[in-house]
Design a protein around this ligand. Structure first.
Ligand code: SF4
Ligand code: SF4
Length: 206
């Protein structure tokens, strides 16, 4: 039988009479250190659903799915996977869509679904090929950022026209019949379809 070393014995005795370094969480609330990076908190009013944060999140805690039928984008944030790196905050295009809290850090739960949050954002869909363009709020955010320069993009111009009810003078969406026509350049279509119209009718002069 090996006898314990004197040093180890001394450490064991000392540790019996010194206070614990760890807190008694969850029996007692834990007070985090200053500048502690806590749980990312989403401000839905300032999140435009652009999906940038889904591309920079290292563990893939943020994901999204587009439902073309319902025309909504569902963003899913799983804080059970979050490593509190702050990349989502740093790369948020509005600068206010998600901010790491210095108050909320307790995400220990028995049911992992309880730390998953969802958001829904309205999608803008190409009226010709049904491709997803982006979310409506994302486009509006770009309009606000670009100001008058937004009108250099036909898509932005058409979206704004529709908002102002100038296009066709109606409240309803304008359907695209059969195939793309020159006038569809002024409809809400994706960049690929717009390119087709431009090449067919403007460049080739068909
Ligand atoms: S803090 Fe980091 S890991 Fe957590 S959701 Fe944001 S990007 Fe993902
Ligand atoms: S980057 Fe910002 S605005 Fe875009 S989806 Fe993430 S939180 Fe929302």
């Amino acid at each position: 039988m090996k006898y314990p070393k004197i040093r180890e014995l001394r450490e064991a005795v000392v540790s019996l009479f010194t206070p614990a370094y760890t807190s008694k969480f969850p029996a007692e609330p834990h007070v985090p250190f200053e500048k502690f990076r806590g749980k990312p908190v989403v401000d839905d009013a300032n999140c435009v659903g652009c999906e940038t944060c889904t591309n920079v999140c290292p563990p893939g805690a943020i994901t999204f799915t587009d439902d073309k039928e319902k025309q909504i984008r569902i963003l899913r944030r799983d804080y059970g996977k979050c490593i509190f790196c702050g990349q989502c905050q740093d790369h948020c295009i509005t600068g206010k869509g998600v901010i790491l809290s210095d108050k909320i850090y307790d995400i220990a739960v028995f049911d992992r679904d309880k730390v998953v949050e969802y958001q829904e954002k309205e999608l803008v869909i190409c009226r010709n090929c049904s491709a997803v363009i982006t979310t409506r709020e994302h486009l509006c955010h770009m309009h606000r950022k670009l100001g008058p320069r937004a009108f250099s993009s036909i898509l932005n111009l058409n979206m704004l026209n529709e908002k102002l009810r100038l296009s066709e003078g109606q409240d309803t969406e304008v359907e695209i019949a059969d195939e793309l026509k020159r006038k569809d350049m002024f409809n809400v279509i994706c960049p690929n379809c717009l390119r087709q119209v431009l090449v067919k009718y403007i460049v080739e002069g068909a």
